[in-house]
Unconditional design. Structure first.
Ligand code: FAD
Ligand code: FAD
Lengths: 248, 310
């Protein structure tokens, strides 16, 4: 069984976000970029499926600037076998990402796509569902447990109010939630090995997908700042303050 | 221009996130219809018909719709979309599950987590865990948006719209519903509560979380929330997670107990009216946004707070 894992290069989750003074976007110059944490969980899950003998090959694909090569190498370090980088400096929106991924799926014919539920920059939580729709494959989003057997995946999903379990026929698209697994740390030997694994360089034109943004970003601004209030000395003063603030 | 609002409900009760989404829809158009999908959801449809300013309510029922199978829900909405210029969906876990499918079926962008409707083509949405606000403009003929309901007031009651039944779509054949485990609780829902008490990693165990956070929440009539660290460690169910990748809440009062205040957590609660932080570390980042900070060990602070509340 072959698994495709889309991985995105994003601003590291620990980095403080700075909005550019000209309101054109978020300042991404000279800041630490990393693999989207949900995608790390996706690569880890695919790797565990391979270690269990369920999967035979894992292909990582990223759409982004030349530096997204590092993101693919991170995937290869965790356990992917080869990578595809579709290089573009355009800000590709979720629908166009899904169209590119569909084209990749048609060439690679995976049995399963595992991807993040949400990228922590755009926070759209959209691409997996769109890909599933375009392919006409079942979707199982926000997965906290995945069991693959007999051409199906049983997926436990984090939903409003608790958990839901679905069985989807393969091929299917699964998106990861935080509780699915804890990704391993990269070991030095694996980093060395990763650099020797195959990485295909592609362009958007290779897939014939129109990635022209459809949404116009008018401006990006900082949210209203919330300042620190007061420190109270004990519980009694806290209750008195909340009563006078009218919230108790 | 007409807007179709998708109702949010638990099978028996309409959530007020529906009323809030109606408010967002009214900023786009005076012609707002509400779609209720489920099974045995007539009561929910009747409740939706009472929302002020709703033109009509559409009710569609099947087993797949009740199980909220994304393929079925999206197919239903896609079939109705021809009559509308926009579809507005509450940004719940369920809404996020099917909304992108609707957009993909219509070959349009998804406008996710909208917090402000500037005009019929211009929307504001948070990105980067709410650390930046993006104003986007679309020229697409149809709009599909998910609405961050904490940013909108609930539409009032007083309407008397007609309820029409619409046929359910054929069930998706690639997906089987196996079951669900829902957390049953007498407390208010996290998204709708006026007061939220959240616990963090400091609580140390599920037993301690229950022994400390639950009684305080019950005394205040509050919902219970948690940080990701507390959920990951199994102290609280997944559905309690507040934050960038969990639930977004904006109650009148938010009490954070033993939570450090990582940006991912703040993203889910910083629009609360009044924030209280109880943390033994005076340097904890949560204090930088708390209206009232109490630097104390929760082990002494919570019993004292219970006492002071009487
Ligand atoms: C130069 C530049 C500027 C940008 N400016 C903005 C901006 O101003 N505002 C803004 O909102 N966004 C901006 N972005 C981000 C861009 O808009 C988002 O990447 C796009 O909208 C996808 O949304 P998402 O990542 O939130 O998707 P989601 O649907 O949240 O992503 C879910 C999953 O899809 C997969 N995926 C998504 N994108 C890729 C990819 N490129 N390659 C491989 N897998 C992927 C991953 O598995 C991911 O976990 C910018 C990006 C670039 C490169
Ligand atoms: C992709 C991604 C998504 C994420 N999404 C979310 C999200 O949606 N929601 C979320 O919450 N987090 C999220 N996180 C995690 C976030 O970064 C933090 O790790 C998490 O919020 C920390 O939880 P915490 O504050 O409970 O734990 P900690 O940071 O460990 O803080 C515990 C606090 O308790 C205090 N404390 C300890 N003992 C006591 C005591 N006896 N009395 C009083 N105080 C005490 C400590 O001083 C400390 O400040 C996400 C992270 C990533 C990478």
């Amino acid at each position: 069984m072959k698994i495709l894992v889309p991985v995105k290069r994003v601003l590291d989750y620990n980095v403080k976000v700075r909005v550019k003074a000209d309101q054109s976007g978020v300042d991404l110059s000279n800041v630490k970029m990393s693999m989207n944490p949900f995608d790390e969980i996706a690569v880890e899950e695919a790797t565990r499926l391979k270690e269990k003998g369920v999967a035979t090959e894992i292909v990582a694909v990223s759409i982004g600037p030349a530096q997204a090569k590092d993101t693919i190498i991170t995937a290869l370090t965790i356990g992917a076998d080869r990578g595809i980088l579709i290089q573009t400096d355009v800000d590709v929106e979720p629908l166009a990402v899904a169209k590119l991924l569909k084209a990749v799926v048609e060439q690679e014919n995976p049995d399963l796509v595992i991807m993040g539920k949400q990228a922590i920059d755009g926070d759209n939580n959209a691409t997996g569902q769109m890909l599933s729709t375009l392919l006409g494959w079942p979707q199982a989003t926000f997965a906290s447990k995945v069991v693959v057997e007999n051409g199906e995946a049983q997926v436990t999903r984090e939903v409003d109010g608790g958990l839901q379990t679905l069985v989807v026929k393969l091929p299917a698209v699964v998106t990861t939630d935080l509780r699915l697994n804890e990704p391993r740390y990269a070991s030095l030997p694996n980093i060395m090995k990763a650099k020797k694994k195959p990485l295909d360089m592609k362009t958007v034109a290779d897939y014939g997908v129109d990635v022209t943004p459809r949404l116009k970003v008018v401006r990006v601004t900082e949210p209203p700042k919330r300042g620190a209030g007061v420190k109270v000395k004990d519980a009694a003063e806290l209750v008195a303050s909340l009563k006078s603030a009218g919230v108790l | 221009m007409a807007v179709l609002v998708i109702a949010d409900h638990d099978g028996a009760h309409l959530r007020d996130t529906t009323h809030k989404t109606v408010t967002a829809a009214k900023a786009l158009s005076g012609e707002v219809d509400v779609l209720v999908y489920g099974d045995g959801a007539q009561g929910v449809a009747d409740a939706a018909a009472k929302i002020d300013g709703v033109r009509k309510v559409l009710l569609s029922q099947s087993a797949g719709l009740k199980a909220e199978i994304a393929e079925d829900v999206a197919a239903l909405i896609n079939g109705l979309a021809g009559g509308y210029d926009a579809v507005a969906i509450p940004a719940s876990a369920s809404g996020k599950n099917f909304a992108p499918r609707v957009a993909a079926l219509l070959d349009v962008s998804l406008l996710s987590d909208v917090i402000e409707v500037v005009d019929a083509n211009t929307f504001v949405r948070p990105i980067y865990a709410g650390n930046a606000l993006e104003t986007v403009q679309t020229s697409e003929a149809k709009k599909v948006l998910t609405v961050r309901t904490t940013a909108f007031r609930a539409a009032g009651e007083g309407g008397s719209a007609a309820v029409e039944t619409v046929a359910a779509p054929a069930a998706a054949d690639g997906t089987r519903f196996i079951g669900e485990e829902k957390v049953v609780s007498d407390r208010p829902e996290l998204g709708a509560a006026k007061i939220v008490v959240s616990g963090g990693r400091a609580l140390g165990s599920a037993e301690e979380f229950k022994a400390v956070i639950d009684p305080l929440a019950d005394k205040l009539g509050a919902a219970v929330g948690a940080s990701r660290a507390a959920v990951d460690a199994g102290y609280a169910p997944n559905d309690y997670q507040v934050g960038q990748t969990g639930k977004v809440v904006a109650p009148g009062l938010y009490i954070a107990v033993g939570i450090s205040g990582a940006i991912q957590h703040l993203a889910g609660m910083k629009d609360s009216k009044v924030i209280v932080a109880i943390n033994k570390d005076p340097e904890a980042p949560i204090f930088s946004i708390a209206d009232y900070g109490l630097v104390e060990d929760y082990k002494t602070a919570i019993p004292a707070l219970m006492g002071a509340l009487g």
